[in-house]
Design a protein around this ligand. Structure first.
Ligand code: ADP
Ligand code: ZN
Ligand code: MG
Length: 483
């Protein structure tokens, strides 16, 4: 019996916390991070009887801007609904959300994975309010559950994708792109670790080539791009094994256990009718006029895809470079400032992607964490271009700049790294290399060009990378030809 190949199908539901000044339906400050519990509260977000919600215009505009950036159709008329469910962190016993008529529908976003660009459909983007936060702890040996309502009523934008994603890596790239878009719009920090972006993943598998969708499992509350990727990988494997054994996949909600690296069953799936959605009677519908929409459209900043296209067209970068350099806001800011000071985009692109990205990777850091800025990189490249230092030296200096933030000239001076272009000194080093490596010389005489590269390498090593390689090459060639 030949094994069936299973194809994963994935859809993401992402909650993005909008960084408005006040909450969604009251004037409490939404900037609650680090505040004492229950200090950003009022009768509205504490769900006292008889209070009335008032819509936050900024939150609505942020939601609409995001919808436009995700290529959605913005509805002329939208409304809010009540989603009813009992839970201690939901103080009103219902959440104000959008069910039947969300602001935005039918959009798409591009996602880049390993040099391939795919399109992921966006089903809808709707506005809702966040819940309070439960804090579980032990006091005097007894378990206590406490409620902090600071987060209660903070605006959330829920963005639902179509089941268009086909791998864990693609899901991760989708999240990173979504984060980049909301950061570019300035509507959210998009910071997953701080809970400003939260994600539920829906995963199913089906026999490759099948047109129908398999039964999906929803994994809740993943708080890093890495756990999203791991949870999906785990689920794909778990479901594939179940089907191979002849079992069925149960439609259910599971939680992610980051320590054990597994998903755990939480409950069977609830249905929409379980929430008894009905129109929110205390809020008017929202009408988006053509003028308002045109105004919002005009306020959209340059989005990541447009920036990538501009790098390709105006800066003549290839697609790979353009994708890399637009993959984070801080990297593109760094790059653009460097290009402004030193209009050699390709050289800068190479240095940033090879040397800087390697340093960032080693330190698990972001470009803004480095002690050096774009002007420092430009100074370094100028020293190399003038021939003051060799390329090998420039790489060493860069490492030190990233660590200490010292200016490249100062490092070169202190560590005596000036490039050796002094012919006498290089002549001696070349003669030494030739007499120490008779085999390489014989190879060269026999027509092996690589032998010259080897000898150049020997001279570079002997001078600790400070020799001017072009000059070394010239001198070696002359010596070898003279025999
Ligand atoms: P529900 O009724 O359970 O809320 P929806 O149809 O609203 O399901 O979809 C919720 C999310 O699950 C969406 O992101 C959607 O793309 C995704 N999804 C739907 N069906 C599947 C499936 N069979 N496999 C994987 N993801 C799915
Ligand atoms: Zn309030
Ligand atoms: Mg749904």
């Amino acid at each position: 019996m030949s094994a069936i190949h299973y194809e994963p199908v994935i859809g993401l539901e992402t909650h993005v916390q909008l960084q408005t000044r006040s909450k969604m339906f009251c004037s409490c400050s939404a900037a609650y991070a680090g505040a004492e519990p229950n200090t950003h509260v009022c009768p509205v977000c504490l769900a006292m009887p008889g209070v009335l919600p008032v819509m936050n215009r900024q939150a609505v505009e942020y939601a609409l801007l995001t919808g436009l950036a995700l290529n959605c159709q913005v509805q002329e008329a939208s409304k809010f609904d009540r989603k009813n469910y009992p839970y201690p962190d939901l103080l009103k016993g219902y959440q104000i959300s959008q069910y039947a008529l969300p602001f935005s529908t039918n959009g798409w976003m591009t996602v880049d994975v390993d040099g391939t660009t795919t399109r992921v459909g966006i089903t809808r983007a709707h506005l809702e309010e966040d819940t309070a936060k439960l804090i579980h702890r032990t006091e005097d040996g007894a378990p206590r559950s406490l409620i902090d309502a600071n987060r209660s009523g903070v605006p959330l934008l829920e963005i639902v994708s179509e089941p268009d994603i086909r791998s864990a890596a693609e899901a991760r790239a989708y999240l990173q792109k979504l984060r980049l878009i909301v950061q570019t719009l300035g509507v959210s920090t998009g910071n997953m670790e701080e809970g400003a972006m939260r994600c539920d993943v829906n995963v199913s598998v089906r026999p490759a080539g099948s047109e129908t969708l398999g039964t999906k499992v929803e994994v809740k509350n993943l708080n890093s791009a890495r756990s999203v990727q791991r949870a999906i990988e785990y689920e794909i494997e778990r479901q594939r094994r179940a089907l191979e054994k002849g079992d069925r996949v149960l439609q259910e909600t599971r939680g992610w256990d980051d320590d054990r690296g597994t998903t755990v069953s939480q409950r069977s799936k609830e249905e929409a009718h379980d929430y008894r959605y009905f129109p929110e009677p205390d809020l008017p519908p929202v009408f988006v006029s053509a003028e308002w929409l045109a105004d919002l459209q005009a306020r959209l900043p340059e989005l990541p895809d447009q920036r990538r296209e501009r790098y390709m067209k105006d800066l003549e970068l290839n697609r790979y470079d353009a994708v890399q350099l637009t993959s984070s806001l801080s990297v593109s800011r760094f790059f653009e400032e460097a290009v402004r000071l030193y209009p050699n985009p390709k050289t800068l692109a190479n240095w940033i992607q090879s040397e800087l990205f390697r340093l960032l990777h080693e330190r698990d850091a972001e470009i803004e964490d480095l002690a050096m800025g774009p002007a420092d990189l430009v100074q370094l490249l100028k020293l190399e271009a003038e021939g003051t230092i060799s390329r090998a030296t420039a790489k060493q200096v860069l490492e030190e700049m990233a660590r200490s933030g010292k200016a490249p000239e100062a490092i070169v001076r202190e560590r005596e790294l000036l490039q050796i272009s002094d012919a006498g000194e290089l002549e001696r080093a070349a003669a030494d290399a030739i007499s120490a490596n008779p085999q390489a010389v014989a190879d060269y005489q026999a027509g092996k060009q690589q032998a010259l590269g080897f000898l150049t390498g020997q001279v570079m090593r002997a001078t600790r990378g400070k020799a001017n390689p072009a000059l070394v090459n010239e001198i070696l060639e002359r010596h070898l030809q003279e025999g």
